[in-house]
Design a binder for this molecule. Structure first.
Ligand SMILES: [Fe+2]
Length: 253
């Protein structure tokens, strides 16, 4: 700061400022020599960190073209999903019970928290999951023999499962999600409103999602406008079956 000072009068003023700054700098030392404050008071005074961190998209924003366009992916991950993480961190900053839990723990106990946790922990998890169960063309793979066997046992065929799933997504009024869920070692299709999901303790169908599609308009409107059915039908092209197979195996253990 003193390098910018050209006049003596200002230099005198700067000395005073420096003295004041030194006094402030010394103050914490004086404080540290005082008897320690009770631990509870120190904890309450500490600023809450942003405990929930949004991961980067695991592929390029245009990697799902032409099924999902680059602009939709940029807005979806960079604005909508980010806003849910930001809101969850704001809640956590004022609620230590939220800050100490993982997102999965929050979902499993979501009925005990305010609606903001349900919406934003739900949105944070749902989109993390959604990014992972889609992939660029060279990483999509195909359904495993074990998964195919389960699909045929529970739906009759893969096409029948997809039809039920797409119908669930198309008939979800307003905004929400449609899921393929492992429940009691079987596969079922379920849909949820808003940012709810089958991991929540309030879910109508509670289980482990292995596939899920976002039917909020923000997921498809730029490219498909009101044609949700077309989006749902095309979406199967970008499913990351390698990830779905892994999640199916885990859920069936
Ligand atoms: Fe979304």
């Amino acid at each position: 700061m003193t390098l910018q000072i050209k006049h003596i009068a200002l230099a005198k003023s700067a000395k005073l400022t420096l003295a004041a700054a030194l006094a402030v700098a010394v103050f914490p030392i004086a404080q540290s020599q005082a008897p320690a404050a009770p631990a509870a008071t120190a904890t309450a005074a500490a600023p809450a960190p942003a405990v929930f961190k949004q991961a980067p998209l695991p592929y390029a924003f245009d990697a799902l073209e032409p099924v999902i366009d680059k602009a939709t992916m940029e807005l979806h991950h960079g604005r909508h999903h980010k806003a849910q993480y930001d809101a969850l961190n704001t809640i956590a900053a004022g609620n230590p019970d939220v800050a100490k839990m993982s997102i999965e723990q929050l979902l499993a106990n979501v009925s005990k928290f305010p609606a903001g946790v349900r919406n934003n922990a739900g949105g944070a998890w749902n989109h993390d999951f959604f990014w992972q169960i889609m992939a660029p063309a060279d990483k999509r793979g195909s359904p495993s023999a074990a998964l195919l066997q389960r699909i045929v046992a529970d739906f009759g065929s893969v096409d029948a499962m997809k039809t039920q799933f797409n119908t669930g997504g198309a008939t979800r009024f307003g905004s929400g999600w449609v899921w393929l869920v492992v429940k009691d070692k079987k596969l079922v299709v379920a849909s949820t409103p808003n940012q709810d999901n089958p991991l929540m303790d309030i879910a109508e169908v509670r289980g482990t999602p292995i596939i899920g599609n976002d039917v909020w308009e923000h997921a498809y409107y730029l490219k498909y406008q009101n044609r949700r059915g077309e989006y749902l039908a095309n979406w199967w092209q970008v499913v990351n079956w390698n990830e779905v197979n892994k999640r199916f195996d885990e859920a069936m253990k």
